[in-house]
Design a binder for this molecule. Structure first.
Ligand code: 1GP
Length: 252
């Protein structure tokens, strides 16, 4: 089954998913091996690979390592049009719908599209929404866009709905990598009630309590990067939350 079909199937069946974000720049080689072992041994669904700005040219090396060491899908989460790789299984083709910068709404996509066509990877149209956190995020700075206000869930809901009407297959609510705290409950709930397509939430998730709350408020998929990068072994606890939530659901 392809990547998006699986996500859709999970959503229909009420099954929650978990992804680990691998930023090729942010991860030490030994830690990457450890994280992959943990992902292989626990209930993690797929890898996201990418970053707002990759300085070390380690995308190829990272993807090769993941493909060699793990059966879990490797999905590109590109910060720009050069973060493409033909060995990935899929790409989140991100349109930054919270922003008003045409470069990140369509222009980089025009440059990437012909190259993507030559690669045998699944393209998943994704509405990407930055939500204001306490500090400015790299994604907001690099994209030159203003994130959505944290206390205006109705704007987040309208943006997600517009994304859905424009044909996006996923909506990604992003608090920013390393955010002080995750996207607010109000924004998650408002977006959940506005759209029926799968919703990803990421940015600043550090505790199992936060994970519980984010799933319960309607996220289908959570993405954790920094917390796992800093302490890989926390992945065990995060994966356990997802397993428990799915078990509770299957018993209802
Ligand atoms: C960033 O949503 C991801 O794009 C993950 O964020 O690094 O804060 O977990 P963290």
């Amino acid at each position: 089954m392809n990547f998006y079909k699986k996500i859709l199937q999970n959503k229909t069946d009420g099954i929650k998913s978990l992804s680990v974000l691998i930023d090729p720049d942010g991860i030490k080689e030994n830690d990457l091996g450890l994280i992959v072992d943990l992902v292989n041994a626990h209930d993690v669904d797929f890898y996201l690979v990418g970053g707002s700005l990759l300085l070390d040219d380690k995308l190829d090396q990272t993807i090769q390592f993941l493909k060699k060491s793990s059966d879990k899908p490797v999905v590109l989460f590109p910060g720009n049009e050069i973060q493409l790789h033909q060995d990935a299984d899929a790409i989140l083709f991100l349109s930054l719908i919270s922003g008003r910068n045409p470069e990140y709404l369509i222009a980089k996509h025009v440059i990437a599209a012909p190259r993507l066509r030559t690669m045998d990877i699944e393209v998943v149209p994704t509405g990407y929404m930055l939500i204001h956190s306490q500090k400015p995020s790299s994604a907001s700075y690099i994209s030159g866009t203003v994130p959505l206000p944290v206390d205006k869930p109705e704007i987040a809901a309208a943006t997600a709905l517009a994304g859905k009407y424009l044909g996006q297959r996923l909506i990604y609510l992003e608090g920013g990598s390393g955010a002080t705290r995750p996207v607010s409950t109000n924004s998650i709930k408002a977006v959940r009630s506005a759209i029926d397509i799968p919703m990803i939430v990421g940015g600043g998730i550090k505790t199992t309590e936060q994970m519980h709350s984010i799933y319960q408020n309607g996220a289908d998929i959570q993405v954790i990067g920094t917390a796992v990068e800093r302490r890989p072994e926390t992945l065990r606890e995060f994966a356990k939350v997802k397993t428990e939530i799915n078990q509770q659901f299957s018993q209802i």
